[in-house]
Design a protein around this ligand. Sequence first.
Ligand code: DAH
Length: 502
Amino acid sequence: MIGPRGMACAGGLLARVGSRSAISRVVRQNSPLRPLPATVTAPAVRCWRAQYSTKPEPPKEVTINSKTYPVDPEWFNVSSTILNLTSRKLHLQKDHPVSITRQIIESVFPSPTYLAYNNLDPVVSTHENFDSLGFPPNHPGRAKTDTYYINGTTLLRTHTSAHEAELFKASKSPGYLISADVYRRDEIDKSHYPVFHQMEGARVWDRNTVPNGDVVSAVYKDLEALPKHDMIIEDPNPPFHPDRNPLQPSHSAEEAEAVGKHLKRSLELMVAEIFKRVKESHARAGIQHGSEPLKVRWVEAYFPFTSPSWELEVWYQDGWLEILGCGVSQQHILRDAGVASQIGWAFGLGLERIAMLLFQIPDIRLFWSRDERFLGQFRGVEGDWGKMRPFVGFSRHPACYKDVSFWLPGHGGGGAGAAGGRGGEGEWHENDLMEVVRDVCGDVVEDVVMMDSFTHPKTGRRSVCYRVNYRSLERTLTNEEANGLHERVKGEMVGRLGVEIR
Ligand code: DAH
């Protein structure tokens, strides 16, 4: 199934693509959709208009990792908050949990079969990020509301798959791994941050170089050489399915089946390694997991760049946890990369999601903390995974909720059902609100949740109410501070988004 961004739909850190819609969140919270009070505080609105500027002027060009790119004001939507994060490279910081997680995964895919690429530039073309992978021109993931653009053809990569074509083309090794920072405009909560890290892997076989041109035998030989594991695997799926998970026309059934088996075993071994480390680390802190073997299941999936495709889920703390997406690479990607004789598989996963498990990190904002109380807990772990222990949280600081109710810009009532939807309501998109909150407040907002949505029966205008939860991970915020931030958020919403505060 395709989520709103058209990749994995179950959401979460793997793909973060199935952003929960605002409406589903309202339902989840059992918050009845009740009309908001009808008082419109016009004087206050005037005051915000006067006090706060409109959209900041975009620069003529931006420099990211010492390369300069021309900005197109029609497209440019990268705030300085985000630009500043492009240099952090958490996946390469010594002893950082994201980097440790990367290294654990790399240990399962050793060189020289798999070459690791950890320093690829975050700025890519729309061709690399979308077209080369078979994303249709109208794919929702391309929207300015979801993706950070520098100009019409240049963006901050939304996933590590953006580098598949170039690495298949380079063809330096039978397999590769990529780790990198990726960027998505998204909601604010404990598991979503506009910058996160992904890991991508791929493995190919070449019909021109395998013995007797027999890819199937070559793949099975490599499969035999892989270690075994003792996990329980649920895999009721056929190797491919004509409607749900088709075989590609240029692949034989035997080839696709063999590649799929190698893919599945390789990724099961990775999950086995990760969860072995989770278990050991938790045991050091006295958290016991029981002695049953780990249970995983394969679920059919859809990605534009693989077929057949699957997701791998792990049974963890009484539920299925989505870990990764993968599949047999679309042959056109290899053909366009000039290596048509190759066939192979690819996978992608979110590193933070796995690091959160490994280290019991409760809030994704913590990864960006420079606080010694956070970073100090992982010191020395990089050279010795035997020292890995769950993170011990700082004392929790009090939350401070503030609500903001406003009329959406435009005529309203036009068609978009949820506030998270597109079109119908002028320029409004929920992610723009998230961006304003991040720009004004940085990391002191824990989440932003839609509480109410109401369409005026006569005018058709829609009013929504969001709750902003101010809670710093590092210190106690005073009510005055939170009030000050909230007033600035409201002002920027009026100036930048054209909403009318109620
Ligand atoms: N790029 C996908 C995402 O961000 C993850 C992914 C899925 C990568 C399947 C792959 C793959 O290489 O085969 O959601």
